[in-house]
Design a protein around this ligand. Sequence first.
Ligand code: HEM
Length: 508
Amino acid sequence: MDKFKPFIEDSLERINRLSNQEKVAGVVGIASLIVLSSYLTKSSRKNLAPLVTETTIDGINIDEDLRGWLHVASQKYGNTFRAKIAGQTVTVIGKENSREVFLNESFSFTKAVADKFDVLGMFGIESDEKYLTAPSIITRYLTPSLTLYNKRINNQINLKLDELVGPAKDEPKTIPHLFPFVLSIVARSSTSVFAGEELCKNETLVNCFATVTMDIGSNLNKNWFMDNFPMIDSFYQRTIFPRKPTILNHRKNAKDVLTPVIEERVRNLNNPAYDRPNDMLQVVIENHDPKGEWGLPYTDFIINWMFVLVFVSVHTTTENATHTLYYLMKYPEFRKEIIEEQKRVLAEEGTEGKPVKFTYDVVKKFVKLDSFIREVFRMRTIELQLQHKNITNRDIVLSNGFVIPPKHLVFMNTWDISRDPELQGEDPEVFNPWRFVESAKQAVRIGNDHIIFGLGKHACPGRFMAVNSMKLVISNILDRYELTPESDITLADTVRGMPFGGVVFKAN
Ligand code: HEM
């Protein structure tokens, strides 16, 4: 011990020479080191999935070819590994473990999305708590009414086609890009379901519902601080963004149109002589007591509900209907078969010339169209998608033993799912629109092999409306017009990518 004496005395003397501030800093520094080293020891003891740091594997670079990179990375490191994606270390989950993530309530897709793109917060909806019943409202009231809503959806699609394409008999009409075209059709037909047949004639409201989601997306200019400091990001999205003129304008427009209607419906709630409107606005009002504590004026609360429905449905349905139409344009031979099926079913069902040609039952018989849509979904689930966040403050241990720490993000390697021959059948690389015709795998039927709508308790409750609307938009267009590509059709080859090409519409 004696041999340490000079060292200890020297150290004590040095410490005594330090100012009080320096001593405090020293103590804090040592304490931090102890905490940090104990954290590092603990986390290094955790069985985290292997961290892949190579940005290029077998000559494939992650930024140039994410899909190819995912493929070689999973061959080399197994189906679960960690990687730095867009500056953040996340865990990539392959087909073997994706199901358990969906089914585990400790993971949340909506919270993971909201961390980066808090659409409700950006629209000034402070808490999502009061709208958590949306899935059950959709399942209980919307999906069972689709048979009834089909008439108005068809009507609105046709009115919009009259307006956007017109007769196009002698003079064909060229639509330069199908996305805005489909968006205005879907916005109008969805408004007829959400707010009723009268309100869907209101251009201001329909335009607001059509553009609000994209306006939020295009106005969110993230900078380095927001990407690296989640609290600054959240503050910006929830406090500053909702005050932007575009957002205030959308709110004002919706409020001006919807407030008098909501007030009138509330006044008539207990009036037996009132002709009860049949739409989601009425359902939402009837499910929320006007005298209840909603934390904001009742009309604002109900208007928020309308926007919640719009945010989850209009853009998603439009995007997928647009992609499907472009696939139909790219493959005229398949388009021909879809048209033949349509003609055959209409003849069998005898609805030609009736007020509603494409009834729910007719649409159900379009098995080729259904398979085509599901195949387009499959072609679109091809990268890292459906991120989920561990929303608890404890580790989640996956069945393969890998640990997902609190707040950590996992991404589904959807390429692994959509290109697996065991899950998808022969030649999964090939676009085969009739892949599901002979199977019971409808476009709405979720499963380990079909996760575009999620899985489990939180699987998309609006998928029945979404696929039904897609079929009605496509069927009405094909029924009324002969379509020819104006130029080459380019399909999207990434998840975020857009197809391109003008389409010439000529009346049949
Ligand atoms: C093709 C169009 C659509 C796609 C691809 C889609 C996809 C999804 C996905 C992936 C989820 C998350 C599932 C999960 O957390 O596991 C979801 C949730 C949801 N979707 Fe859709 N959706 C579409 C259309 C719609 C429509 C039309 C509605 C409403 C009418 C809707 C309402 C909802 C709601 C309310 C949730 C939240 C479910 C929950 O948290 O429990 N979606 N959707």
